[in-house]
Design a protein around this ligand. Structure first.
Ligand SMILES: N[C@@H](CCC(=O)N[C@@H](CS)C(=O)NCC(=O)O)C(=O)O
Length: 209
């Protein structure tokens, strides 16, 4: 049996959507950041880094959205990742960029203390993080031009990952509707039953008007 540890509205939504879209049977447990459960002794046994998502499988635990999504597709739903080696490399490349650039830019806005101990530069880090994150969202908007899904005609686990950044942009008040391709694609995402189920379970900001 699979078990996903997640927190509502954070990056683990990507793995949550991937699992739901795969049709695999899984259990899930919400970790409350408000109660600091990600640092509880019980959870640190699951992921010693104190982060979500974590996916527990029969043979052990997988962390990092990119790895979880690739695993879920390979094991349960091959249609959710390209078969062609070059296209698969491009899918992984995009998820790596989400993880190593887009997500950390957003983290600068809410957690500047993670990047500088000198509090006098925190406001500057927040401003820079916001600008860089907005630039990343514009790039995603460009990537979606003329496409049904982020990799082309075929929906993939990468789409679920790209959706979380739209929600974060909305949450911090960026002018998301100016991003026409990203907004039209977001509406296509919300029309998918599996995506909607996850967003309802997580009470996502994406469902608010
Ligand atoms: N690169 C990792 C990022 C994991 C991560 O930073 N998760 C955040 C939520 S978006 C977390 O668990 N934060 C808990 C904390 O900072 O205490 C992934 O994609 O899985």
């Amino acid at each position: 049996m699979l078990k996903l540890y997640f927190a509502p509205g954070v990056c683990s939504t990507a793995s949550h959507i991937g699992l739901e879209e795969s049709g695999a049977q899984y259990d899930s447990q919400a970790i409350s950041f408000a109660k600091n459960e990600q640092r509880s002794p019980e959870y640190l046994k699951i992921n010693p880094r104190g982060r979500v998502p974590a996916l527990v499988v029969d043979e052990g635990t997988i962390v990092e959205n990119t790895a979880i999504l690739d695993y879920v597709a390979a094991k349960y739903a091959p249609q959710l990742m390209p078969k062609d080696p070059l296209q698969r490399a491009r899918a992984i490349s995009l998820m790596a960029w989400f993880s190593n650039t887009v997500h950390p830019n957003f983290t600068h806005i809410g957690r500047p203390e993670r990047f500088a101990t000198d509090a006098s530069v925190h406001e500057h880090l927040k401003t820079t993080g916001r600008e860089n994150f907005h630039t990343n969202l514009k790039e995603i908007d460009g990537l979606l031009a003329g496409k049904q899904w982020i990799l082309g005609d075929q929906f993939s686990v990468v789409d679920g990952y790209a959706l979380i950044f739209y929600g974060w942009g909305k949450r911090i008040g960026l002018p998301m509707t100016e991003l026409k391709n990203y907004t039209a694609w977001k509406d296509r995402m919300l029309a998918r039953p599996a995506v909607k189920r996850v967003l309802e379970r997580e009470q996502s900001v994406l469902l608010a008007a």
